[in-house]
Design a protein around this ligand. Structure first.
Ligand code: PMP
Length: 286
């Protein structure tokens, strides 16, 4: 496997992390995960724009232009002959003596590499289970930070309970999943938390809302209580790797007869059509 380290593509076993990298020591950095469909990175520009935004929000200045980084990633996909799978990329603040405070002169360190394809088709067809957990994260969840400690703890809790995801509740309000955005459908109307500092504004979430706009399907960007979640007709999550994933059970409550509901199905289909359209258009342009 070939990996990108700063501006060089090298063999995976030649890539080294400095023990004084702030990403390694403090989780001081930002990251993205991009899905690759038939060799085409889906919504690459949106992911790179979010990466630059996250970096800027924590004061990391990148010398490379987004378009240059996109080109390097396309080269990485090519070098690895990737068809389906993902790309992981992270940028840390840089390497320096370990102190909490940092000099502004550090050189950010970038690594990017392929993630293997994992089929979610079966789970998408049957739906998955979730548990609820308290949202105890910091108040800048809009930054896609390397610091995922609370997210991994609640994902682990879900996994140990035999569930796929933890749905996070802050002050009675459903914010998002440990690695996904959460949607409910009640009487045909979709609802999800507004994009503010309490959630990561998912690229999949944004894409789905664009699809909703194009089709004039009704939705509300409104905070909703845990009670509303538990009384919803349908619940689903979105993320780059899960796309549109039905949630058929939360804690001990089942939804739409423990099967993916009709609205969720409709959104799944519309989303996969958007993926096909975008990856096809990009191929034709290339
Ligand atoms: N929220 C959190 C906390 C996440 O980690 C993710 C996955 N990156 C998402 C939402 C979904 O974002 P996206 O659709 O961009 O993958």
């Amino acid at each position: 496997m070939k990996v990108l380290v700063n501006d060089e593509i090298i063999e995976r076993n030649e890539a080294k992390v400095d023990i004084e990298d702030r990403g390694y020591q403090f989780g001081d950095g930002v990251y993205e995960v991009v899905n690759i469909y038939e060799g085409i990175p889906f919504t690459l520009n949106e992911h790179i724009a979010r990466l630059y935004r996250s970096a800027s929000e924590i004061g990391i200045k990148l010398s490379e232009q987004p378009a240059q980084l996109c080109n390097r990633l396309l080269e990485l996909i090519k070098c690895n002959n990737m068809t389906n799978g993902g790309l992981y990329l992270q940028i840390s603040r840089g390497v320096t003596n370990r102190t909490h405070q940092y000099e502004q002169t550090l050189t950010p360190q970038l690594v990017a590499y392929p993630l293997p394809y994992k089929s979610v088709q079966d789970a998408q067809a049957k739906g998955v289970e979730a548990i609820t957990a308290e949202d105890m994260r910091w108040l800048r969840c809009d930054i896609k930070s390397l610091n995922l400690l609370y997210n991994i703890l609640v994902k682990q809790k879900a996994s140990e309970a035999g569930a796929f995801e933890s749905i996070l509740i802050r002050d009675g309000i459903v914010t998002e999943g440990s690695s996904s955005n959460i949607f409910i459908v009640k009487e045909g109307v979709l609802k999800t938390h507004p994009a503010n500092n309490l959630i990561l504004n998912g690229i999949t979430r944004t894409k789905l809302l664009e699809i909703m706009d194009v089709n004039s399907w009704e939705y509300k960007l409104e905070p909703f209580q845990k009670e509303e979640l538990m009384e919803a007709d349908e619940v689903f999550l979105t993320s780059t790797t899960s796309e549109v994933m039905p949630i058929i059970k939360i804690d001990s409550v089942t939804f739409s007869g423990a099967q993916p509901g009709p609205f969720t199905r409709k959104f799944q289909t519309a989303f996969s059509e958007a993926v096909k359209a975008e990856t096809k258009t990009t191929t034709e342009k290339a």
